[in-house]
Design a protein around this ligand. Structure first.
Ligand SMILES: [Fe+2]
Length: 190
């Protein structure tokens, strides 16, 4: 059963050529309420992962919709979005989004500067739509899983991750627990 069918239909109906489309998409996200009677058992965190990403919907050159499932005390690495704008909504638990500025001219250990942070509870929607820097999202709960539904425009399938040791950005494909993105891997290698 597709628990996101109504949301997907509303998003697909938007004019993705409109420069304000993410504002309209945000209104749809605000309006959307996760059906707590149909929990997300079909989207478990994969074995050996601290969080898992599921591709819900991709419309070429317009947007993709990704479900992230986070174990307690888990985080993704600091990364950019290759220019893609984003929104997310918390469907379970609570999540914190921290934004950073990255300066590779600075010494290792000082290259990332935290600029802002926002914590969202259940049904909270990320307040912004523009994004040009680096960020990470994490589940601060020691006991509760968290789930977010993320929207990217244009579709996000690769990013730059800041290596935690070298503090150098490195390209990374957005691997999905339910998709095969080998074609994208070939593109990235070119
Ligand atoms: Fe991100």
């Amino acid at each position: 059963m597709d628990v996101f069918i109504d949301l997907k239909q509303r998003l697909i109906a938007l004019d993705w050529g409109d420069s304000n489309v993410m504002t309209y998409a945000r209104e749809i996200f605000l309006d959307y309420k996760a059906d707590q009677t149909k929990p997300f058992e079909q989207f478990p965190v994969k074995k050996n992962e601290t969080y898992s990403r599921y591709e819900i919907c991709t419309v070429a050159e317009k947007f993709n919709l990704v479900l992230n499932v986070w174990k307690p005390n888990s985080s993704n690495p600091v990364h950019d979005h290759s220019g893609a704008k984003y929104l997310f909504k918390v469907l379970k638990g609570s999540l914190t989004d921290e934004h950073y500025e990255f300066d590779h001219h600075k010494p290792i250990g000082q290259r990332l500067e935290k600029k802002s942070a926002v914590t969202l509870g259940l049904n909270g929607v990320y307040p912004g739509v523009d994004f040009t820097g680096y960020h990470k999202i994490f589940n601060q709960s020691a006991t509760e899983e968290a789930i977010s539904l993320n929207l990217y425009r244009p579709p996000l399938w690769k990013c730059s991750v800041i290596d935690s040791i070298t503090e150098e950005p490195r390209p990374q494909l957005m691997a999905f627990a339910n998709s095969n993105y080998e074609a994208n891997a070939n593109t990235l290698a070119q």
